[in-house]
Design a binder for this molecule. Structure first.
Ligand code: NAD
Length: 256
């Protein structure tokens, strides 16, 4: 129960890493506002959590994280429903990409930046303002990616957005420490969620082989780390990146 009495907002909370984190947070005693662009999926997640016996521990709200007023309204909704906000997990994201020279900027660059980059900035801004107003401090965790730290095929825009998430985290930690606010980014490797399950078995097997235990990561394994980062037990982890990639970032050395 290391999150007992805490209130969290999780974007992209209806699926994958976000959905697993909702459940983990609730099991650790938190109340969670599930924020997603798909209201139906977010409401289904609430129903599933209630079936597990956690009546009233979650609520759902629709928001497009690429729209600041939506994110601000979601933060206010968390406060209305649960009385305050202690933790934001800026996790909603989209993936995909084309070779750089085949880009149509409006299709292959702008939407990715709006969701994966601007969406995280908006979460930091809206939650940061709420934490300051409460005078309670708070924790900001944001989902970057292994691609935020390296170049990869078909990932020009995604890598840019995910690199920005790391930069935002550093700057937010630096600037907001005065309000008792902490910021951390995570870099998942290959996690078995709908974003990745759409790929062929062959590609998934290659993905697995790039991690040191030769398997894809389960979303619950990421959720365990996020719960630790959201808790006071990790107070000295601030402004930095926590690699949750099962050793992906050293796999090339392993091959050498
Ligand atoms: P997912 O598709 O299962 O979940 C993403 C969720 O975000 C969905 O519920 C979706 O509806 C929601 N969403 C998408 N656009 C949104 C928007 N504009 N506003 C609000 N909600 C929106 O994917 P996932 O794998 O759980 O991804 C979660 C995060 O993890 C993403 O930021 C992704 O880039 C990152 N990530 C995933 C992997 C992986 O291997 N799965 C690896 C590295 C990073």
């Amino acid at each position: 129960m290391r999150l007992e009495g805490k209130v969290a907002l999780i974007t992209g909370g209806a699926s994958g890493i976000g959905r697993a984190t909702v459940e983990k947070f609730v099991r650790e005693g938190a109340k969670v506002l599930i924020v997603d662009i798909s209201l139906g999926s977010a409401q289904r997640a609430v129903a599933e959590i209630e079936e597990l016996g956690f009546e009233g521990a979650t609520a759902a709200t629709q928001a497009d994280v690429s729209v600041y007023s939506d994110v601000e309204a979601a933060v206010q909704r968390a406060v209305e429903v649960f009385g305050k906000l202690d933790i934001i997990f800026n996790n909603a994201g989209i993936a995909g990409g084309k070779p750089l020279l085949e880009h149509d900027p409006e299709v292959d660059y702008a939407p990715m930046i709006r969701v994966d980059q601007d969406g995280v900035y908006y979460g930091i801004l809206a939650a940061g303002r709420q934490f300051r107003a409460q005078g309670t401090g708070g924790v900001i965790i944001s989902t970057s990616s292994i691609y935020g730290e390296q170049a990869a095929e078909l990932a020009f825009s995604y890598s840019a957005a995910k690199a920005a998430v790391i930069s935002f985290t550093r700057s937010a930690a630096y600037e907001l420490a005065q309000y008792g606010i902490r910021a951390v980014a995570i870099t998942p490797g290959r996690v078995a969620t709908p974003i990745i399950n759409q790929f062929s078995e062959e590609l998934k097997s290659t993905f697995a082989s790039e991690q040191l235990r030769n398997k894809m990561t389960e979303p619950e394994e990421i959720a365990n780390v996020v719960a630790f980062l959201a808790s006071d037990e990790s107070n000295v982890i601030n402004g930095t990146v926590v690699h949750v990639d099962d050793g992906y970032s050293v796999y090339k050395q392993r091959l050498d």
